[in-house]
Design a binder for this molecule. Structure first.
Ligand SMILES: Nc1nc2c(c(=O)[nH]1)N[C@H]1C(S)=C(S)[C@@H](COP(=O)(O)OP(=O)(O)OC[C@H]3O[C@@H](n4cnc5c(N)ncnc54)[C@H](O)[C@@H]3O)O[C@H]1N2
Ligand code: MOO
Length: 445
């Protein structure tokens, strides 16, 4: 595609023998073209075997089959007495069944007493059911071996006594968790493609897996550039500002599913920037920078990145976020790098449109893009010709409306923090009357 003439910055040719040819218009890329180029160059990270907690949030890359049953053995679901049901037929408070206690079984017990007719074994929740027992009477249904014949003192009984009184009939299988009743051996408990959250990780542990094959979370290094930057909390000298981009972008990368490393502001010094980059390359699956991608006199970022080759700087038909850089550092197999503009709103919107889908793609996620909904905008909107505008807005799902928050300028971090969506105005639209329908990118989905 070609850029619209209002973006042309190339001076007219005059004296080189091409006077009758129009100067080439500088190329502008659309948002969709730029994003497609990025996603075409980035794929899911190779699957690796990770310790369970390192795999949190990752996509499972194998079917997980249970080797054994869960529970692995019949066990009690209550603290009480394992017994034979016939011994409790007709038992009441007044005429309890009196059983001989033949043992005490704690969870984890290996050796089990055999329960014969007229006998019971005190048993704890999770302890294996002893041979001969057909059910468990919760301790509340007994006198707890206190000899009182009432349930009131049952819970305080310190150890199994010689006898226990059971105060009601107990049905076959009562309070027994059967072997394999949760998961039978050979069952596929998790399928490839499942996202591993806390309960899935717990299940993996329960079936005895210490490690699991997953798409790892990409390691994203975030660094902001600019000699005007100071770290939050440091004194702010004349002309200086706090580095907010590295916080926004690191948090956004984490929220997208990455392991994000924030590298504080790097001054506009080519040697220093190169040194920091070299240092970070080893731990990065993706590098995200902010600042220095426009045409400023001190934009050493372009100079340094271009010295590596393979980084392409472009202007996009969008607002904010016009200047963008993308490529790989270290050749075709090098680390992908996305250079975002420094204006804080531009940096964040660029993240949402380009970096987040890249991270989601590396993760192998099914949902790479933010959801987009149609909404009614009660306010009139204006947008620059030839640029897709992303206005910050507040969307109400309750009534399907959206209102712009703050203006269109790319330094408005106060309004950005109040927004929950981006209102999209297409490239060919300069005005939208009040009450128009617009596309809205939902940010807190
Ligand atoms: N003559 C032109 N000037 C500019 C153009 C242009 O086309 N011609 N484009 C404008 C647009 S659009 C953008 S966006 C910015 C992008 O500039 P840079 O990427 O080079 O960013 P900087 O110059 O380094 O910074 C811009 C702005 O943002 C502030 N900033 C930078 N980093 C941070 C940070 N980590 N935290 C908070 N704020 C940050 C910086 O102080 C500047 O105010 O260029 C326009 N100019
Ligand atoms: O396009 Mo810039 O990103 O307006 O602020």
């Amino acid at each position: 595609m070609t850029g619209s003439t209002e973006h042309s910055t190339t001076p007219a040719a005059c004296c080189d023998g091409s006077a009758d040819r129009a100067p080439a218009a500088p190329r502008f890329w659309t948002v969709d073209e730029h994003r497609a180029d990025i996603l075409a160059a980035i794929g899911p990270l190779p699957a690796i075997e990770l310790q369970l907690l390192d795999a949190q949030g990752c996509r499972l890359e194998e079917d997980v089959v249970a080797d054994g049953d869960l529970p692995p053995f019949d066990n009690s679901s209550m603290d009480g007495y394992a017994l034979r049901t016939a011994d409790t037929d007709g038992a009441t408070d007044i005429y309890p069944s009196v059983l001989t206690v033949v043992g005490d079984i704690a969870a984890g017990a290996g050796e089990l007493p055999k329960v014969g007719p007229g006998q019971a074994a005190r048993i704890m929740t999770g302890a294996p059911l002893p041979p001969g027992a057909q059910a468990v009477a919760p301790v509340e249904w007994t006198d707890g071996g206190t000899g009182t014949g009432t349930a009131a003192a049952a819970m305080t009984a310190p150890v199994a006594d010689e006898e226990v009184r059971v105060l009601r009939p107990v049905a076959e299988g009562a309070h027994i968790r059967r072997r394999g009743s949760d998961v039978a051996a050979g069952t596929t408990v998790l399928e490839a493609g499942t996202r591993l959250g806390p309960t899935q990780l717990g299940l993996l542990a329960a079936v005895g897996r210490a490690t699991v094959k997953v798409r790892p979370r990409p390691r994203v290094v975030v660094l902001s550039t600019g000699s005007e930057l100071v770290q939050p909390g440091e004194p702010v000298g004349p002309g200086q500002i706090a580095d907010s981009n590295s916080f926004t972008l690191t948090a956004a990368a984490q929220e997208a599913g990455a392991i994000a490393y924030r590298v504080g502001g790097v001054p506009d010094d080519a040697d220093l920037l190169r040194a920091v980059l070299e240092d970070q390359l080893g731990r990065a699956d993706l590098i995200v920078t902010s600042g220095g991608v426009s045409v400023g006199a001190y934009d050493v970022v372009k100079e340094v990145f271009e010295s590596y080759g393979g980084i392409d700087f472009r202007r996009l038909r969008m607002q904010p976020g016009k200047p963008q850089g993308f490529g790989r550092i270290g050749g075709a197999a090098g680390v992908p790098l996305l250079a975002l503009p420094g204006n804080p709103v531009s940096a964040y919107i660029s993240f949402e449109l380009f970096v987040r889908p890249a991270i989601r793609t590396m993760l192998g996620a099914a949902d790479v893009h933010r959801p987009v909904v149609r909404a009614l905008c009660p306010s009139a909107l204006r947008s620059p010709a030839g640029r897709r505008q992303f206005l910050r807005g507040r969307y109400s799902a309750a009534d399907g409306t959206v209102e712009p928050v703050g203006g269109a300028d790319s330094h408005l971090v106060g309004a950005l923090a109040r927004a929950n969506c981006l209102i999209t105005v297409p490239e060919d639209t300069t005005e939208l009357p009040a009450g128009s329908e617009v596309d809205v990118v939902l940010l807190d989905s």
